[in-house]
Design a protein around this ligand. Structure first.
Ligand SMILES: Cc1cc2nc3c(=O)[nH]c(=O)nc-3n(C[C@H](O)[C@H](O)[C@H](O)COP(=O)(O)OP(=O)(O)OC[C@H]3O[C@@H](n4cnc5c(N)ncnc54)[C@H](O)[C@@H]3O)c2cc1C
Length: 465
């Protein structure tokens, strides 16, 4: 066996220095081009790579033929970029982090005291809303400070004050993040965001395109907006017009649909992967088992699990579709769970707002509500002509509905992180609701659902069953 380290990501300043010193063009296209040729060239991959390195223009041509000509697109995934992203709004970050095949690390509003850093969207700075926007931001920043002081004054520590006062910050607040993604994902992100109705995201797409396109022109080949991507906001507007509003039941999480007889299907999956019988036969066998036998079987697969281990892939046989109602603050965390399918609605002021318990304890509810009301009033003004743009002036306390499609394996992972004491309280509440719904439906499959802190207790119960 031979394993060679073919490459790894190094800061672009260092790459430029090395390229200048040796008088060579350093590009990740070389790796993609070499790997693209593996399937048809009898030579070793390290030889292909060395050749691609000395003939960059040929490597680019080969990428174009193989990736875009033949449609062998996964080859572009071997080239990876890192981007520092600053002075971008929280609202724009939601659309960026919508893309699942990328890695993000974001400066948390939870751990820092926020200043008055916010983005003024071009559509607003060039409109009649500019002054109202600046006044609102100033007002919300003042209210944030006041709520922060009152929470601290009520005896809570600064961490609680930071965590909860930020519910008042607008979605125009500036964010910072590091993003890592491969060239295929980058090209898709660029084309989608270049088609976005918000100027801030189109500008972001333009920047990504020019930076990544310069480094790897043969891999970022179709960064343009498309009519298809651009059409969706208009289509959504028409659909919204046809949909009849019904009262919200006020629940944080509702199960919309889920796998029938899931514990049996999980057991059938375990039988299937352990045997050479068909899935139908495995399901027959699981159906003939007593509930206690299924439980014992699942116990056996989990008895050596540790808090950081994931459960087996067979747990993905249980699928659940939830409708959840969360604040923007909670959604900022929820959206990071890339393995779940999430479909969001726009923010909806009729869903009310989330008022943290610490705000009540700090006797700051009236300050909080006044600020939220003021944000909503301005939101309505802008939304009368542009609902998407208007979201910049909503706060972290405003809510939206999310359709959350998760399998049980992902829910295990979610609960380890989000039912844990380190988790922020609102997403911990959400995790608790999702786990309790799942446990009532699948008592055997969910035996070890818990936060990391509850793991030992759950294991104790599992072993005593
Ligand atoms: C207490 C706490 C504090 C946090 N603080 C911050 C913070 O300050 N800033 C911040 O940006 N985020 C923060 N996060 C979010 C965190 O970094 C994760 O983004 C989030 O919890 C989602 O977890 P995940 O990536 O494991 O989940 P998912 O995206 O659902 O992935 C599930 C699993 O799939 C695998 N997986 C998915 N994608 C990849 C990939 N590209 N490469 C390799 N494996 C992959 C991993 O095994 C992963 O655990 C915090 C989370 C917690 C719980």
């Amino acid at each position: 066996m031979r394993v060679i380290l073919a490459g790894y990501n190094v800061e672009s300043e260092m790459i430029k220095k090395a390229g200048d010193e040796f008088g060579v063009e350093l590009t990740p296209e070389v790796i993609s081009a070499a790997y693209a040729r593996i399937s048809r060239d009898p030579r070793n991959v390290d030889t292909l790579r060395k050749e691609a390195r000395t003939r960059v223009e040929k490597a680019r041509k080969s990428n174009e033929t193989i990736i875009f000509g033949l449609g062998h697109s996964s080859v572009a995934e071997h080239a990876v970029f890192n981007f520092d992203i600053m002075d971008i709004s929280r609202l724009a970050v939601e659309s960026i982090e919508h893309f699942r095949l990328a890695s993000y690390t974001e400066k948390s509003q939870r751990y820092i005291r926020l200043g008055r850093d916010f983005v003024v969207p071009q559509e607003i700075s060039e409109s009649e809303y500019r002054d109202g926007f600046m006044e609102l931001i100033e007002y919300l920043s003042g209210a944030y400070e006041e709520v922060y002081r009152r929470i601290e004054g009520a005896g809570e520590d600064k961490y609680v004050a930071r965590e909860d006062a930020r519910y008042l910050m607008p979605l125009a607040t500036s964010a910072q993040l590091g993003m890592t993604l491969n060239a295929r994902a980058a090209e898709y992100m660029i084309s989608r965001l270049a088609s976005h109705p918000l100027q801030e995201l189109r500008e972001f797409a333009g920047k990504l395109s020019s930076i990544a396109g310069k480094v790897a022109p043969s891999l970022i080949k179709y960064p343009e907006p498309t009519e298809y991507f651009k059409s969706m906001p208009q289509i959504r507007k028409r659909f919204a017009g046809n949909a009849k509003r019904v009262d919200d039941d006020g629940k944080m999480a509702t199960l919309v649909s889920s796998t029938a007889s899931g514990d049996e299907k999980l057991a059938a999956g375990l039988i299937f992967s352990s045997s050479s019988i068909s899935y139908f036969a495995a399901l027959e066998k699981a159906r003939s088992m007593k509930k206690s036998e299924i439980r014992d079987m699942i116990c056996e697969t989990l008895q050596l699990i540790k808090p950081h281990d994931s459960v087996w892939r067979e747990f993905e046989n249980i699928q659940m579709l939830f409708e959840v109602r969360v604040s923007a603050s909670c959604y900022a965390q929820l959206k990071r769970h890339r393995m779940a399918t999430q479909i969001v609605q726009p923010y909806d002021t009729s869903l009310g707002c989330t008022v943290p318990a610490a705000v009540k304890k700090g006797r700051a509810v009236s300050v909080f509500r006044r600020a939220v009301d003021r944000s909503e009033k301005f939101y309505r003004k802008i939304a009368s002509t542009d609902r998407i743009l208007a979201e910049y002036v909503l706060t972290n306390a405003h809510r939206r509905r999310v359709l959350l499609n998760m399998n049980l394996r992902e829910l295990y992972h979610f609960s380890r992180l989000r039912s844990d004491t380190h988790a922020q309280w609102e997403i911990r509440d959400l995790s608790g609701e999702l786990c309790s719904i799942a446990s009532s439906r699948y008592p055997a499959g969910t035996m070890m659902l818990s936060g990391k802190d509850g793991f030992d207790e759950a294991m104790g119960q599992l072993l005593n069953k």
